[in-house]
Design a protein around this ligand. Structure first.
Ligand code: ADP
Ligand code: MG
Length: 325
């Protein structure tokens, strides 16, 4: 069983940032309004994600760390509303690190915790806990030294963690995110709200205060697919495409089709070595997109790639033309 989990971990847990992604997504699925991510040693020493969400009932702690146990499985795989659905993250992380989960539900008068050590659950015991859940991951990859050798160094891992939290934070402006720990000075992103104004305020927190003033709103619809968000004006560019954030039905994605469409949309107004800063949300019928291509879930496959590409190129070009820049 530990072996199987370690193999799954090879897919799900590529580096510290992937652990952070899984734990933050769990916190969001639990309805958290506050999520704190603390790391040390580039996340290899410590990752602790604390939320104020639903919590895990004491009697379910052991289940939560068991393989393929998820409380989220919907009957239709295409209709996945929660971010997690495989029940693989916690057992996978537990097979390659020292894991402790401490939790308390709203109704419980006290908290409980469970650990995983060497891939084996340690048993549930009472523990003081605030309402919500705190998942602590220590000594990541201590159980798989070969994997540990592939890590790029603390600073690179820390910045990958920061990047993933920012990427998720843009999609959840009603949630407060805090990044802390010895890896960095604390970054606090207070909740800004779920409306258009709140969304733009969160984008400004992440991308910098000058982004809203240097961007144009995009809002377009084609055959039931909606595209909305912001793209920078042609004078506001970057040397790389790292600040191009894209979301499909609220999930952060890194997708070649979207990146290519953006290149196309800006081809006439930007030199080849410059990139616009963009935050774009695509919303479409979940049956028309497969976000399930890879366990890390950053890739997507559209049923009609041409439609999505045309929508992005058309809408962005139109917005640029309408704004006269
Ligand atoms: P998945 O997210 O795919 O269900 P995970 O291994 O990530 O699988 O988590 C297993 C289960 O543990 C979840 O289905 C959920 O019931 C519970 N869980 C994990 N993290 C949290 C959390 N932060 N708050 C509440 N429940 C959680
Ligand atoms: Mg999960």
């Amino acid at each position: 069983e530990t072996m199987i989990n370690q193999i799954a971990a090879g897919e799900v847990v590529e580096r510290p940032a992937s652990v952070v992604k899984e734990l933050v997504e769990n916190a969001l699925d639990a309805g958290a309004s506050r999520i704190e991510v603390a790391t040390a040693g580039g996340g290899l020493g410590l990752i602790r994600v604390t939320d104020d969400g639903s919590g895990i009932p004491e009697e379910e702690l052991e289940l939560a760390v068991s393989r393929h146990c998820t409380s989220k499985l919907s009957t239709d795989i295409h209709d996945i509303r929660s971010l997690g659905f495989r029940g693989e993250a916690l057992p996978s992380i537990g097979s390659v690190a020292r894991l402790t989960i401490r939790s308390r539900t709203r109704d419980a008068s006290s908290g409980a915790e469970i650990g995983i050590e060497g891939g084996e659950p340690t048993g549930t015991r009472p523990a003081p806990a605030n309402r919500g859940t705190s998942v602590e991951v220590r000594d990541l990859f201590y159980a798989t030294p070969a994997r540990l050798k592939f890590m790029k160094g603390e600073r690179a891992e820390t910045s990958a963690i920061t990047e993933i939290v920012k990427r998720i934070a843009i999609a959840f402006p009603a949630v407060r995110f805090t990044l802390s720990g010895t890896d960095r000075s604390t970054t606090d992103m207070p909740a800004t709200g779920d409306d258009e104004k709140g969304r733009l305020a969160r984008i400004a927190q992440v991308m910098g205060k000058d982004f809203p003033d240097n961007s144009i709103a995009v809002d377009a619809m084609r055959e039931g697919v909606r595209l909305h968000g912001h793209v920078s004006i042609p004078s506001y560019t970057r040397a790389n495409a790292l600040q191009q954030y894209a979301y499909v039905n609220g999930r952060p994605v890194r997708d070649k089709l979207i990146a290519g469409a953006l290149r196309g949309a800006f081809a006439d107004v930007l030199p080849r070595d410059r990139h616009a800063v963009t935050v774009l949300f695509l919303s479409l019928d979940p049956a028309l997109v497969d976000v399930n291509v890879h366990p890390a879930k950053a890739d997507v496959r559209f049923r009609d790639p041409g439609l999505v590409r045309g929508l992005i190129v058309g809408a962005v070009r139109e917005a640029l033309a309408a704004s006269g820049v």
